[in-house]
Design a protein around this ligand. Structure first.
Ligand code: ASP
Ligand code: MG
Length: 422
């Protein structure tokens, strides 16, 4: 008998029909002789709707209350799912994140899991029941307040539970048949990736591939939990994410895929005096403001002026905070001005094979040039090349890179079964 953790995303349980369909899948897994723990997201676009609602009553909702509100979304779906399973003649018990033992730190809206103590889940399994857990939420160890793990956090709940319960597999059910070589919503000819390593999947998730939450992949790698990403709308095999050193069946593609991200903005600090310590001051102010930077570029200073420009990208949602923090030290640093641009996009080419295959960079830049796209910033890792371009160029650039590396499927195989892409 295996212990299977299954996670169903919002589009899989968007309405009553969806809930019933998912209930059937869960019961089938149980009937096949498995212990089943299910993590469920809020129905459809519920989380976005709750956020809209909060913003209508308060321009800046307190984090504690916003978390309390948002966790209601997952409670609705977990209870409905348990009812639908009961109707099929099987016992299911729903649990909030807190009841399931998901203990987090206290940072509302982006809490980190500190510990998972799933005593009640084990108890339910021991008594033959199916356990249904509300995704994306936990309880703060210190304040005992309810927290959320950040958008898309149900994936992380599932893997964290799988690790704590020593599950055999964690299945993540979505509205597409797995991880694709690009987002099928903008590259219809994208190909399903049958197997991918944790490290490549980490880069994909960090570069905007929304199929999996970044921390979910980090967690899976740390505890070596194999993940199977697949669709709840079909019976097709999906994508296996596991340690590439295990099992040689994993065919090594040079390039795994092309990810894109439209959620970042670019700040340029213009005319920074070329002196020791200026960059340190700028970045420590941003770090004190709790901002995570992505790419950083410093130009060579112009000899005539002794000044240079420093540009960096960050989540657009942190843009205002960054500008305010930097303006406070304008006099002290003596920079000339700040420029802000949130009409940018990031394109990333990812593949473990680029370590050992020369020519990948040249081919990538040639493809971008041929598409007539201007590059604003570049950054690389061992297995990734990322560029910043104008937001309107994202679609063209992703398609050009995808074509250049021959990632297109011969026949269109990507089906987007549900979801609004919101
Ligand atoms: N419902 C939450 C969200 O929409 C969590 C999740 O779906 O994983 O972000
Ligand atoms: Mg989601």
């Amino acid at each position: 008998m295996a212990l299977v953790v299954q996670k169903y995303g919002g589009s899989s349980v968007a309405d009553a029909e969806g809930v019933k369909r998912v209930a059937q899948r869960i019961v089938a897994t149980k009937k096949a002789g498995n212990d089943v723990v299910v993590v469920v997201s809020a129905m459809g676009d519920t989380t976005d709707e709750l956020i809209d609602l909060a913003e209508q009553v308060s321009p800046l909702p307190p984090g504690r209350e916003l978390d309390m509100l948002l966790t209601a979304g997952e409670r609705i779906s977990m209870a409905l799912l348990a009812m639908a399973i009961a109707t099929l003649g099987h016992e299911a018990r729903s649990f909030t994140g807190s009841q399931a033992g998901v203990i987090t730190d206290g940072s509302h809206g982006k809490a980190r899991i500190i510990d998972v103590t799933p005593g009640r889940i084990r108890g339910a399994l021991d008594e033959g029941a199916i356990a249904i857990v509300a995704g994306f939420q936990g309880v703060s160890q210190d304040s005992k307040d309810i927290t959320t793990l950040g958008r898309g956090g149900s994936d992380t709940t599932a893997v964290a539970l799988a690790a704590a319960l020593e599950a055999d597999v964690c299945e993540i059910y979505s509205d597409v048949d797995g991880v694709f070589t690009a987002d099928p919503r903008i590259v219809p000819t994208a190909r399903r990736i049958p197997a991918i390593s944790y490290e490549e999947m980490l880069e994909m998730a960090a570069c905007g591939a929304k199929i999996l939450h970044l921390r979910c992949v980090e967690y899976a790698r740390r505890y070596n939990i194999p993940i199977h990403v697949r669709s709840s709308f079909s019976q097709r095999p999906g994508t296996w994410i596991s340690d590439s050193s295990e099992g040689s069946e994993m065919e090594q593609a040079i390039i795994s895929g092309v990810a894109h991200d439209r959620s970042e903005a670019k700040v340029t600090v213009v005319g920074v005096p070329d002196k020791v310590g200026e960059a340190a001051t700028i970045f420590s102010v941003l770090s004190d403001a709790g901002i995570n930077l992505d790419m950083i570029v410093q130009n060579v200073s112009a000899a005539a002026t002794g000044r240079t420009d420093i540009s960096f990208t960050l989540p657009a949602t942190d843009g205002q905070t960054a500008l305010t923090a930097l303006n406070k030290i304008k006099e002290r640093i003596g920079f000339e001005s700040l420029r802000y641009d949130d009409r940018i996009g990031k394109i990333s080419l990812i593949g473990a094979g680029m370590r050992s295959h020369p020519g990948v960079t040249a081919k990538f830049f040639a493809a971008i040039a041929e598409a007539g796209v201007n590059i604003e910033m570049i950054s690389t890792s061992e297995i990734r090349i990322s560029i910043i371009v104008a937001q309107d160029d994202v679609e063209g650039a992703v398609n050009a890179a995808h074509r250049a590396f021959e990632l297109d499927a011969e026949q269109v195989e990507a089906v987007v079964y549900g979801g609004t892409g919101r």
